[in-house]
Design a protein around this ligand. Structure first.
Ligand code: E4P
Length: 215
């Protein structure tokens, strides 16, 4: 399973990259705003800065909600750097844009996916990635992992190439369960990735080994 980091924070992206297990980055307008990145020129520069830290795919989200705007914005984003993946919302004009970008060889990430039907549409439109938001489903008392399972079944039934990018991941058990269910990618906060490292028996075992090594 690929690990993406879900942030626009350059220090956290660098920390995850330095760990040697990072395959890409996802951003969204809220994550960009959280880092105080404002104005078109600064936003575009920030995407390039991210691409210069990692070697994998970097999702950059469009703001437009109608086809012509999504197309123009997406083409501008894609021309920034070869690692850019155009992130498009799951709306009617977004589906049309996914099909258009697919025909032009531009990689896409269909975002804000909350149902298997939406994921099926994204795959039929040729999306490179589909982003089911599992944490936000959990937040409304619906098991987000059920959606990952359903999408995996549907994509396997028809051999769709669209990669399942589990998003809105909140903790290490989300990552582990997504891996068990066959998600292709999990995009996670740094805290969820580093939490995978932790086990109290590792800590106590290491402390014992180090103490014994001094004897
Ligand atoms: C990723 O592509 C999404 O933008 C992100 O995972 C959303 O996560 P959140 O529900 O924690 O905001």
């Amino acid at each position: 399973m690929k690990f993406f980091i879900d942030t626009a924070n350059l220090a956290q992206i660098k920390e995850a990259e330095d760990l040697g297990v990072l395959d890409g980055v996802t951003t969204n307008p809220s994550l960009m705003a959280k880092e105080g990145i404002k104005g078109e020129a600064n936003i575009l520069k920030h995407y390039v800065d991210i691409c210069n830290i990692v070697s994998g795919d970097v999702s950059a989200e469009v703001i437009s909600t109608e086809f012509e705007g999504i197309k123009k914005e997406g083409e501008a984003l894609a021309s920034l750097h070869k690692q850019i993946v155009v992130k498009v919302p799951m709306i009617k004009d977004g589906v049309k844009a996914l099909k258009y970008f697919s025909s032009k060889g531009i990689k896409t990430n269909c975002t804000l996916v909350f149902s298997a039907g939406q994921a099926l549409l994204a795959a039929k439109a040729g999306a490179t990635y589909v982003s089911p938001f599992i944490g936000r489903l959990d937040d409304v008392s619906t098991d987000g992992l059920d959606l990952i399972r359903d999408i995996r079944t549907i994509y396997d039934n028809y051999r769709y190439k669209t990669q399942i990018l589990a998003a809105s991941v909140r903790h290490p058990m989300h990552i582990i369960n997504c891996a068990k269910l066959g998600a292709d990618v999990a995009t996670c906060p740094l805290s969820a990735i580093t939490a995978l490292l932790k086990h109290p028996l590792t800590d106590s075992g290491l402390a014992q080994f180090l103490a014994d090594a001094k004897k």
